[in-house]
Design a binder for this molecule. Structure first.
Ligand code: FMN
Ligand code: EPS
Length: 326
């Protein structure tokens, strides 16, 4: 499956066109709506107050409840925009966001309102695409699950610890980042290749880095390998019901860019939300003078809780690509 995400946070709509979807896939709308709800903004005080229903409208590629196999286009209307908060960002880019790079890349023609095409809002259609991918994977016995593994430096926080850490940063007009750990179970062994473009870790990384605010990915024991010896790091082979497995899964299900039949496991790190209300240093691009900027708008004090289904969506699309490889 290939996808193109389109739209801007404060435009009329955002959406996705999916190509290569298997024909005849039954779209389970209870499941799809539940996936979108897991990510939707405005649900509690740890997220942005912007409220969006995130209802999906299908324009093509579905007939009588099943996919047709031809391009599937889905749109989600933007209903709760407040664009006046962003007018100064064209001249005074937010540190950490894509206002400056977006302006450079698109010659100043980018829609800067609410971060435009760079907004985390664009992850709503990604979650729809991921839900379709999960339905296709489900028919092949592959499941994708993710969980929060760090919030603001607290490892494996309880929901109360996560909430307290986020609200502490929010009270200070600040933000926190964190990590999400994801497991893809049921991937057959022997998919992928060592080379650029076909390497399973490379494929997953490309999809995961398309999520705004993701700044790193590590497979299995990841950066923990630095402190391990070979005897600890190696995953001993064993037999389980006559099948070759490994007793541990430090390499995260991939050796030499090829799946080994164990779950593909990785962790991604999200930076702290760039838009904070504390005063920050920036540059006025019209006068070329340094300025103080107080960012307005409605922002997530932490993106990590809402990003869990987004990570699953990106992983599901990556898994579909890996399964499509010979
Ligand atoms: C679900 C989600 C919600 C986000 N919410 C915000 C937000 O409210 N404010 C903000 O400044 N950035 C938010 N971000 C992060 C920015 O979109 C991101 O940092 C920006 O596009 C720059 O991209 P980069 O961090 O990958 O360089 C969010 C990201 C995600 C995935
Ligand atoms: C609206 C959503 O999140 C938005 C992600 C986001 C950003 O800069 O990434 C900034 C805020 O909105 P705006 O684009 O209006 O500034 C968040 O509310 C959403 O996820 O649906």
């Amino acid at each position: 499956m290939r996808y193109t995400i389109f739209g801007e946070s404060h435009g009329p709509a955002i959406g996705v066109t999916l190509e290569g979807v298997p024909a005849g896939l039954a779209l389970d709308w209870d499941f799809i709506r539940a996936e979108l709800k897991r990510r939707a903004p405005g649900q509690d005080d740890t997220s942005t107050p912007r409220r969006e229903a995130d209802e999906v409208e299908i324009l093509s590629g579905v007939f009588e409840g099943r996919t047709t196999g031809t391009p599937l286009c889905a749109v989600i209307r933007n209903t709760d925009t407040r664009s006046r908060d962003y007018s100064k960002l064209r001249d005074m880019p937010r540190p950490g966001h894509a206002d400056y790079t977006g302006q450079l890349r698109y010659g100043g023609y980018n829609d800067y309102r609410g971060g435009g095409h760079f907004s985390g809002r664009l992850t709503a259609p990604l979650v729809f695409a991921g839900a379709v991918a999960k339905l296709a994977l489900g028919e092949r016995g592959v499941t994708v699950t993710a969980r929060v593994s760090n919030i603001g430096g607290i490892s494996d926080p309880t929901p109360e610890q996560a909430r307290a850490r986020i609200l502490e940063a929010k009270r200070e007009g600040d933000s926190v980042g964190g990590c999400v750990r994801c497991t893809v179970e049921g991937m057959p062994a022997g998919r992928g290749a060592p080379d650029f473009g076909c390497n399973v870790e490379g494929i997953f990384s490309q999809y995961l880095f398309a999520i705004p605010a993701v700044k790193g990915i590590a497979f299995g024991a990841g950066f923990g390998f630095a402190a391990m010896q070979g005897s600890e790091a190696n995953d001993p082979f064993c037999l389980e019901g006559g099948a070759v497995r490994t007793a541990t899964n430090h390499t995260g299900g991939v050796n030499g860019g090829i799946t080994n039949g164990m779950p593909v496991e990785f962790e991604v790190v999200f930076r702290p939300t760039p838009s904070i209300s504390k005063s920050q240093r920036t540059v006025s691009l019209s006068t070329m003078e340094e300025r103080e900027l107080v960012v307005e708008g409605r922002h997530d004090p932490c993106v990590v809780l809402r990003a869990v289904p987004v990570v699953e969506a990106a992983a599901a699309l990556a898994a579909c690509q890996v399964l499509g490889l010979d």
